[in-house]
Design a protein around this ligand. Structure first.
Ligand code: NAD
Length: 268
């Protein structure tokens, strides 16, 4: 399967290039970076530490998508919206890992999914998607009256959005278990004299610093006991392997909007 990596010089872009090299059945077809990036024209393999691949980084996605079968996209919300339109025109698979997207962006992805096979997830790892299933079960089993849910996350100092896409994915899983609307029931910030905690809400807390790849805990706090479900990302390749698996899976699917739960067979 011929894959394009967009955002090729980024932390995830470089990891994707290395993982594609190690994975049978997939091939790096093209690598795209922003106009004006110092990496344009450089060999994508050398940039990623995977050795010379003969694939120069380009700023022209249109040319890059020509004859490609899938796009792996961990870039920025504006970039992903642009790539969704182009992938839909080219009728190819679009795997979106970008986080921090707005509702308007999500509507554009859904529109693109009428023509393309789109797989989007705030976290592409097997572990976090399994954790989401367990969080949903726990939130359902432990009554809202006596059990408060808090989602805690920590990431490296360069991360630009908060809470993380993964924290929101886990919050969404808890909200599903409780059968509540996360949008109206979440507490994203606490500061000053906040008053007592409102029962039934889902709280988020964000830490940033150093080089942490991704730490997430969902704490279910009851009277006299805590249940903590957590995940630690030790290497970015877990997300890249998930993204490549998603592209291979989606290749034979109908156009539509899919999540990693579909790819991993964890949806119900
Ligand atoms: P990064 O800043 O290291 O890399 C992003 C790259 O994308 C940069 O090189 C940038 O130049 C490029 N880019 C941005 N807009 C572009 C455009 N329009 N055209 C071409 N290139 C463009 O960031 P990162 O740590 O690699 O993370 C990227 C995104 O992926 C973030 O939103 C992050 O939260 C998300 N992420 C998701 C998962 C997941 O499993 N879903 C895992 C890790 C990171």
């Amino acid at each position: 399967m011929k894959l394009v990596v967009v955002g090729a010089a980024g932390r995830m872009g470089q990891t994707l290039i290395r993982v594609i090299q190690e994975t049978p059945g997939v091939k790096l077809h093209a690598a795209v970076e922003r106009e004006g990036s110092p990496f344009i024209g450089k060999d994508a393999g050398e940039l990623a530490g995977a050795g010379f691949l003969g694939v120069p980084v380009t700023s022209d996605p249109l040319e890059a998508f020509l004859h490609a079968e899938g796009v792996l996209d961990f870039t920025s919300p504006a970039g992903s919206v642009e790539f969704a339109g182009l992938a839909a025109q080219a009728r190819i698979v679009h795997v979106i890992g970008t986080t921090g997207c707005t509702e308007a962006d999500e509507e554009k992805f859904a529109a693109a999914a009428r023509h393309a096979r789109v797989v989007k997830s705030g976290n592409m790892s097997l572990g976090v998607n399994l954790l989401g299933v367990l969080v949903e079960q726990a939130a359902k089993a432990l009554p809202a009256a006596g059990w408060d849910i808090e989602v805690l996350e920590m990431h490296h100092k360069h991360k630009v959005d908060a809470p993380s896409g993964t924290a929101l994915l886990l919050g969404q899983a808890a909200a599903k278990g409780r059968d509540i609307d996360l949008k109206t029931q979440s507490v994203r910030v606490r500061d000053g004299h906040t008053g007592a905690r409102e029962a039934g809400t889902i709280g988020f807390a964000t830490l940033r610093g150093g080089s942490v790849i991704g730490e997430h805990s969902v704490i279910l706090a009851g009277e006299g006991e805590l249940v903590t479900l957590s995940h630690s990302a030790l290497d970015r390749s877990i997300f890249a392997r998930g993204a490549v698996a998603a592209a291979i899976w989606a290749r034979t699917e109908k156009p539509g909007f899919y999540s990693m739960l579909d790819v991993l067979g964890l949806s119900h």
